[in-house]
Design a protein around this ligand. Structure first.
Ligand code: ATP
Length: 366
């Protein structure tokens, strides 16, 4: 009998709960046993009460809750082999033979490493007498499937990660609120949004709120950006605009890879354009709260598909993650997508910004 476990790992995102609910219920509907691993890889390494069998009613009401109710964590122990050995033992103790992980690229890379090492880990557990040879034969293959949960929409080969549209909606609501006061007082606001490595939230927030200027990591502004930005904002003011909104991603840089800070932008607007300028850092409100309809739907459809991918997998199937491309839910090779995701950071470090934008996708090019 298949025993399928689900866990959430890395930074939380709205919709992770929807994944847990969908995986638990689809597993049960397919006649499998269902388990939740609490606190991400920490739960897998520590085992015991952190791995719980789930019933249908245990995930009732989760769809509309933000964050992840089974907890998430960053776990150093799992990044080292001894930690993964403990994790393997805990899984075998519970009879779990498939793992569905909802997390970012780090979490999904860790899962694939675990799967690659699995036969070796089992041999080691047999040698130390922690499992029997019969258990090794029974649990020969570990099946893993990834779901991408991240507010940043920073994963390659999928149009949207679970949580990014909820976060974008929250940012837009916040900018709308700021807009009202900015217009009233004719002020300028420099708004910092999340995205240490990916500018999707800043870019889409800029488009969705009609911001005057944005800064993102993948496409630094021209060397004379200070003149350029002030010129654009001055022109907008001359057209009669009573407010100025500049959006800065956390990881925004200039063409020399130097960070662009909200304070630097504020000083420029205050000193050169004489605008009454304030900084607003949106912070963790962007992460949380109720998932939007899109994330409820995406997490449900992808969670269901992840269970089907587990049931269809053979020992030879490379690890998969569930993507959405042009509105279709599909299964895609995991490791290629992780490698492509990591390429963006390499392109930025090499100042190949065109490649960074191409890798991010068409919305960046436009
Ligand atoms: P986010 O996008 O929110 O940062 P993430 O999944 O990329 O999410 P990480 O902190 O990179 O977040 O990873 C979460 C956990 O996954 C780590 O604390 C660690 O336990 C595990 N992990 C990450 N990378 C690896 C790896 N290369 N090998 C083994 N485990 C890993």
């Amino acid at each position: 009998k298949n025993r399928i476990a689900v866990m959430t790992s890395g930074g939380d995102s709205p919709g992770m709960n929807g994944c847990v609910r969908a995986v638990v219920r689809k597993s049960l509907a397919q006649g499998c046993e269902s388990y939740c691993i609490y606190e991400g890889y920490e739960g897998l390494v520590r085992g015991g009460d952190l791995i719980k069998q789930m019933r249908w009613e245990d995930v009732r009401g989760l769809l509309s809750e933000g964050g992840t109710s089974i907890g998430t964590a960053r776990c150093k122990a799992f990044t080292e082999r001894p930690g993964r050995l403990k994790a393997a033992k805990n899984m075998i103790d519970k009879g779990i033979n498939a793992l569905i992980i909802c997390g970012g690229d780090g979490s999904l890379t860790g899962a694939d490493t675990f799967r690659g090492e699995w036969p070796g880990l089992l041999e080691e557990l047999v040698s130390s007498g922690e499992i029997t040879p019969e258990q090794r034969n029974e649990f020969q293959h570990l099946n893993i499937v990834g779901l991408v949960g991240s507010i940043d929409n920073d994963f390659a080969d999928t149009d949207a990660t679970i949580g990014c549209y909820s976060s974008l909606a929250r940012i837009c609501e916040s900018v709308d609120s700021i807009d009202a006061t900015a217009s009233s007082h004719q002020r300028a606001f420099v708004i910092e949004v999340m995205g240490r490595h990916c500018g999707w939230l800043a870019l889409m927030a800029g488009v969705s709120t009609g911001a005057d200027f944005i800064f993102i990591p993948e496409n630094p502004p021209a060397q004379n950006w200070e003149d350029q930005m002030c010129g654009i904002i001055k022109k907008h003011r001359e057209f009669g605009k009573r407010k100025t909104i500049v959006i800065v991603a956390e990881g925004a840089i200039d063409s020399e890879l130097k960070q662009i800070s909200p304070t630097q932008v504020k000083d420029l607007l205050s000193n050169r354009l004489k605008l009454d300028t304030r900084i607003t850092t949106l912070g963790h409100v962007q992460r949380g709260g109720t998932p939007c309809a899109y994330d409820r739907q995406l997490s449900t459809l992808q969670g269901v598909e992840a269970v089907m991918a587990v049931l269809d997998a053979t020992p030879e199937t490379p690890s998969k993650f569930i993507a959405i491309i042009e509105n279709k839910i599909i299964r895609s090779p995991l490791i290629e997508a992780v490698a492509l995701t990591q390429e963006v950071a390499k392109a930025i470090a090499a100042k190949d910004f065109k490649r960074a934008m191409d890798l991010r996708g068409p919305e960046f090019a436009e």
